[in-house]
Design a protein around this ligand. Structure first.
Ligand code: EPU
Length: 337
């Protein structure tokens, strides 16, 4: 394991601001994970694991060891007439892995096409899009437990998956995820309930869609309204969609008939944060090189050289105006350091 000092984090995260890590290293196998753990303990230094840095914001230099996860590999564990179980290294690129499954005809992850990031990051915030969350295909997650100093394999139930959350999100400094076992279906049931997916299929006159058709539709939808982080700095949805009580929902709906929301239980509604932000007039607004994306208000973008602090302050202004107008406290979905 080689450790560099005072390393710029600019190439390692999608907002590409120039904060620095006091120490930096790469993890390419399980031995490196143990070495990172030991080194951090001996030097009494916090560890931050990064994948491809597409869901993070540095507001200041990181005063510890940043370790970039690069454990690779896709291995077939079992295959039956109906299912395939794969073990995938945490450092694999998420979209490449999804494409691999789509090409093999193994279904379950196709709605999560073109999500930026790595496989290892996927369970942390239980990535989700177009009616699918990754938890539906995860059998188990293998990680190094920094608290106990040992590798452990957590079954799906033990990962405590929720909307954009999991055990790993709740205990952010405890686990270094090294691999994940996914269970995929050879005769998949395609999820096309989202209107936009049906619209694209209809437009292309596809009546019996294949896995690849769904994946291509998602790629088209995402490319049309989400900025490519390799071209415009961003971290996807910057905020979570908030949950409010049915009483509050009824009150808001009276005052704002256009409110976009859907029920998630008998007593709660999930509100489209993008709509709240847009209704406050933020969509397309730029301050210096930071802006609210013109096609999707939930995304904060960087148009040039920025500091993470500027992005943070911009997001704080959005939170403030949404709170004043709707009495709803938005929460950031990106990880802020
Ligand atoms: N909307 C607006 N204005 C906007 C943006 C959205 O009015 O500027 C409205 C839309 O018209 C739509 C509703 O809000 O009726 C929901 O919008 P959309 O379908 O675009 O999804 P989202 O709630 O904004 C969530 C995820 C995305 C995921 C999409 C598709 C969160 C925080 N975000 O966005 O995930 O791709 O659904 O399923 O849950 C991410 O996590 O980085 C991400 C991109």
């Amino acid at each position: 394991m080689q450790i560099s000092t005072n390393t710029s984090l600019k190439p390692y995260h999608s907002f590409a601001s120039d904060e620095h890590a006091k120490f930096f290293t790469n993890i390419i196998n399980e031995q490196d994970v143990v070495a990172v753990s030991n080194w951090a303990k001996e030097n009494n230094t916090p560890i931050l694991i990064i994948g491809s840095g597409t869901n993070m914001l540095f507001t200041t230099n990181f005063n510890g060891l940043v370790a970039k996860m690069e454990i690779m590999g896709i291995k077939k564990i079992t295959e039956t007439a109906s299912d395939v179980i794969l073990e995938v290294g945490a450092g694999e690129n998420w979209h490449h892995f999804v494409m691999y499954c789509v090409h093999k005809g193994w279904g379950g992850l196709e709605n999560l096409s073109l999500i930026p990031g790595t496989v290892g990051a996927s369970p942390i915030q239980n990535i989700g899009a177009y009616g699918v969350e990754v938890e539906a295909c995860i059998n188990s997650v293998t990680a190094f437990d920094l608290l106990n100093g040992a590798f452990t394999t957590l079954k799906n139930e033990a990962c405590l998956f929720k909307y954009r959350s999991s055990l790993f999100k709740q205990q952010p400094n405890r686990y270094i995820i090294t691999s994940i076992q996914f269970q995929l279906k050879k005769q998949p049931i395609l999820k096309t309930d989202y209107g936009v997916i049906r619209d694209v299929l209809h437009e292309k006159n596809i009546k019996n869609p294949s896995l690849a058709d769904i994946s291509n539709a998602i790629i088209q939808i995402r490319s049309n309204k989400l900025p490519d982080p390799s071209k415009i700095g961003n971290a996807g949805s910057f905020f979570k969609n908030p949950t409010i009580s049915i009483d509050k929902y009824n009150l808001l709906k009276e005052n704002f008939p256009g409110l976009i929301a859907y029920p998630i239980s008998d007593i709660e509604y999930k509100i489209a944060a993008g709509w709240l932000i847009e209704t406050c007039g933020w969509k397309g607004v730029k301050k210096g090189n930071v802006g609210c994306y013109e096609k999707q208000a939930l995304v904060i973008v960087s148009y040039g050289i920025i500091s993470g602090k500027e992005v943070y302050d911009f997001s704080a202004e959005i939170i403030q105006t949404v709170f004043e107008k709707f009495d709803i406290q938005l929460e950031r979905e990106v990880n802020v350091y």
